[in-house]
Design a protein around this ligand. Structure first.
Ligand SMILES: Nc1nc2c(c(=O)[nH]1)N[C@H]1C(S)=C(S)[C@@H](COP(=O)(O)O)O[C@H]1N2
Ligand SMILES: [Mo]
Length: 210
């Protein structure tokens, strides 16, 4: 079979699949609950919580799609043990959102909110990683509804549950709080290279009280 299958890495060097993961061909759809219907006239992308100026910031769909466009090629690691390699995400870098709607100095974490109350918490440093992106496109094409249209987050260095599909907003937080899966037994940090799958693996300081 020749060379072992390699994964894209942060700086382009070759790495193996994260421990316990298997290569998945194609692109399965994985989520909890129904696929929401997109209603452009009611949709907004909202940044709220501990912003620098205390105001919230909203973008309509039209405004959001006019923000600077970037691409990030990355792998998707689902905690259920499959990995999809070499996905090209296109959209708005999380960094761009943080620049346009800066957090207060005390902000340490964010909660990314999606339709139907799905949420994922992230350390601010993970959110502002150079590869974290609010994707509108995959491999040059608009996302399909089941993959998160109109906007989904990708945080390539964490398990994919940390990347909500159908994102509607970002909450800036001055303490950590668990998101949807983090409250239901998944690890607060979710680094696939450290195999941080379940909350019982958390070390002191890796997450708020359960
Ligand atoms: N809103 C929402 N986003 C979600 C989920 C979900 O249940 N709801 N599941 C996550 C999980 S566990 C994975 S593996 C990825 C899967 O993304 P995909 O279906 O586009 O492959 O979406 C993530 N984003
Ligand atoms: Mo997943």
């Amino acid at each position: 079979m020749g060379q072992p299958k390699s994964a894209e890495s942060r700086k382009g060097e070759t790495l193996q699949l994260p421990p316990g993961q298997r290569l998945q061909r194609g692109w399965p759809v994985t989520h909890y609950g129904p696929v929401p219907k997109f209603r452009p006239e009611r949709w907004e992308f909202r940044v709220f919580g501990a912003t620098a100026d205390g105001d919230k910031r909203c973008w309509t769909h039209e405004e959001f799609t006019a923000l600077p466009y970037a691409t990030v090629t990355a792998d998707l690691h689902c905690v259920t043990k499959y990995s999809v390699l070499g996905v090209e995400w296109g959209g708005v870098l999380a960094r761009t959102i943080v620049e346009l709607a800066p957090p207060a100095p005390a902000v340490t974490h964010v909660m990314v909110w999606a339709e139907y109350g799905y949420s994922a918490n992230l350390r601010l440093a993970d959110f502002t990683d150079e590869r974290s992106i609010f994707a509108t496109h995959k491999d040059g094409e608009l996302l399909t509804a089941e993959h998160g249209f109109p906007v989904r987050l990708a945080v390539p260095h964490l398990y994919a549950w940390k990347g909500p599909k159908w994102v509607r907003g970002v909450e800036y937080m001055t303490t950590d709080r668990r998101g949807f899966w983090e409250e239901r037994g998944y690890h607060n940090l979710g680094d696939p290279w450290r195999e941080q799958r379940y909350s019982y693996q958390e070390l002191p300081g890796e997450g708020p009280e359960l």
